[in-house]
Design a protein around this ligand. Structure first.
Ligand code: HEC
Length: 118
């Protein structure tokens, strides 16, 4: 008597699905492991690449020189962390801690203005 050919049946399918789920979990990025440039790409570039609503543009000396003339880098990082005007707190990166935000700001600064490590 022939067995019907099935792809995966019963418990096999469950195990297959669980395995897939674990693989997906392992493959998804963990926020704490993101470096500054990766945070910028994922959470900040949407506004800071083109300068939406006057956001200082990534790597644009004029934009950052203007800010640094008004306040120091620590305060600028605080503002990014706490939010300021139309800058949302942490750029909506809820998993980012202050150090992550400092790394992201550092990655947005033009090279000639890059400050000491925060
Ligand atoms: C929804 C758009 C948006 C996103 C997303 C966003 N920003 Fe901003 N950001 C702004 C705007 C608009 C300003 C200008 C705020 C102002 O001066 O009123 C700003 C200002 C800033 C400033 C200058 C603060 C100061 O002291 O003037 C820093 C630093 C900054 N953002 C960092 C970040 C970082 C880091 C991220 C990602 C984690 C991020 N932003 C994500 C819109 C955004």
């Amino acid at each position: 008597m022939k067995q019907p050919v099935t792809f995966l049946k019963g418990g096999q399918f469950i195990r297959f699905a669980m395995g897939l789920w674990v693989l997906l979990l392992l493959a998804s990025p963990v926020h704490a492991d993101l470096t500054g440039p990766a945070i910028v790409e994922q959470h900040c570039a949407a506004c800071h690449a083109s300068g939406v609503a006057n956001a200082p543009r990534i790597g644009v000396t004029d934009d950052w020189a203007e800010l640094l003339a008004m306040r120091d880098l620590e305060t600028i990082v605080d503002n990014a962390y706490d939010g300021l005007g139309r800058m949302p707190a942490r750029g909506f990166c809820t998993a980012c801690d202050r150090n992550d935000i400092a790394q992201a700001v550092d990655a947005m600064l033009p090279e000639e203005l890059a400050g000491p490590d925060l």
